[in-house]
Design a protein around this ligand. Structure first.
Ligand SMILES: [Zn+2]
Length: 96
């Protein structure tokens, strides 16, 4: 189940799971978060979720300094840390 109106955070988490990027407790907690929602996690689990699922896999801001929305973070992990707009611009410049 994907959460609505979360700016792509649940997509990001399910992409991490799909790519086998989470292990052990982080994996189980991420699955529970996706299926049952944030309210189902204990404060301790929520801490693990934020630290080992989100923070550990967050590429941070785009290399040009823009914020990367959750919906584009997974792609940024793959393309070296660019938001999709910058990645697109670089791609375009390279081809010209
Ligand atoms: Zn950018």
């Amino acid at each position: 189940m994907l959460h609505e109106d979360d700016d792509g955070k649940s997509d990001f988490v399910s992409e991490l799971l799909g790519a086998d990027m989470l292990e052990g407790a982080a994996e189980g907690i991420a699955k529970q978060w996706l299926e049952k929602g944030e309210q189902s996690l204990s404060p301790k689990q929520l801490q693990i979720f934020e630290k080992y699922v989100l923070e550990a896999n967050d590429p941070g801001a785009c290399k040009r300094g823009c914020d990367i929305p959750w919906s584009e973070k997974f792609e940024a992990l793959d393309n070296g840390g660019w938001c999709s707009y910058c990645a697109h611009m670089i791609d375009k410049v390279m081809r010209e």
